[in-house]
Design a protein around this ligand. Structure first.
Ligand SMILES: Cc1cc2nc3c(=O)[nH]c(=O)nc-3n(C[C@H](O)[C@H](O)[C@H](O)COP(=O)(O)OP(=O)(O)OC[C@H]3O[C@@H](n4cnc5c(N)ncnc54)[C@H](O)[C@@H]3O)c2cc1C
Length: 258
């Protein structure tokens, strides 16, 4: 293992944060229990005082095909998974298009689009050195109780990359803002949409400093330039408070605040 300084104002998708020393885990290392693991930081909001952090090194950015099973390392970026599966005519990963991150982040978040989620195609995950079947892991809409660090995952190979599906899922992103963000800030509550609620309490387009509830898609917190953690936190708390007051709905963050 070795240390690397990562500047979250550049590395994170929302471009908020500062340089932080990160412990980089290499193949064969014992993974520390007292550090928080990050992936590609596409779902994170880093505070000025984050917990001690670690990350899987490129040793875990692997992809291997054997006996109709695809084994992928948790540091593998989703874009590379998509290009591999397209090239090899493998189906199931089309929803990874424009879903930024690493496989590890996808597993922990049970990331997905509409009814397409990573757990639907997953066979098993190597967690803290042991292979665990996907069906034995509690998971649901944007969560999975991995109970440890995922280093690899296995998928049964199904032939037939579906370009039509990819194109239709990409179409859904046409109302997605282009400014830096961490994707959806809140999970959708049951039978409703967080974006609708944010709009209904008049916060769509509301700005604090350089952070804004997007005027394009209200559930996206966007950074207009020099946005800070404090500004983002202010807007998140304001939305939760107003929505609870008006609708008695408790919104839960999808973004992880560190
Ligand atoms: C423009 C944009 C669009 C997005 N669209 C979508 C979308 O359509 N659907 C969707 O689901 N998400 C979406 N997201 C959110 C984000 O892409 C996903 O949550 C993604 O899976 C995060 O991956 P990451 O590697 O960046 O994880 P990070 O943000 O670094 O971490 C997320 C969580 O995963 C945990 N984690 C990471 N690696 C591991 C590991 N190896 N083992 C255990 N835990 C781990 C971290 O501890 C953290 O809790 C979007 C984000 C952006 C910026």
């Amino acid at each position: 293992m070795f240390f690397k300084t990562i500047d979250f104002s550049k590395y994170s998708s929302i471009k908020v944060g500062q340089p932080v020393e990160i412990l980089m885990i290499e193949e064969g290392d014992d993974i520390p229990k007292d550090r928080y693991l990050i992936g590609g930081a596409n779902n994170l909001l880093v505070s000025p005082k984050p917990p001690s952090l670690m990350m899987l090194s490129k040793d875990f950015a692997t992809i291997k095909e054997e006996d109709h099973i695809l084994t992928i390392g948790a540091a593998m970026p989703t874009g590379r998974i998509l290009s591999y599966t397209k090239k090899h005519d493998i189906s199931g990963f089309e929803f990874c298009s424009k879903l930024p991150g690493t496989l590890g982040g996808m597993l922990a978040m049970n990331a997905g689009v509409k009814e397409y989620e990573v757990f639907n195609i997953l066979h098993s995950i190597k967690i803290n050195g042991e292979w665990v079947l996907a069906k034995e892991i509690k998971h649901g809409y944007r969560f999975a109780e991995l109970g440890g660090i995922a280093t690899h995952a296995r998928f049964k190979i199904q032939i037939g990359f579906d370009q039509g599906l990819l194109d239709s899922l990409l179409n859904l992103r046409s109302n997605q803002p282009h400014q830096p963000s961490a994707g959806s800030a809140f999970k959708n509550p049951e039978n409703d949409y967080a974006g609708r609620l944010i709009e209904a309490v008049g916060l769509k387009g509301t700005r604090k400093g350089d952070m804004q509830w997007s005027d394009m898609h209200a559930n996206f917190l966007v950074n207009l330039g020099g946005g800070t953690f404090e500004d983002a936190k202010y807007l998140i708390d304001l939305a939760k408070e107003k929505i609870f007051k008006k609708f008695k709905v408790v919104l839960k963050e999808e973004i992880k605040l560190l």
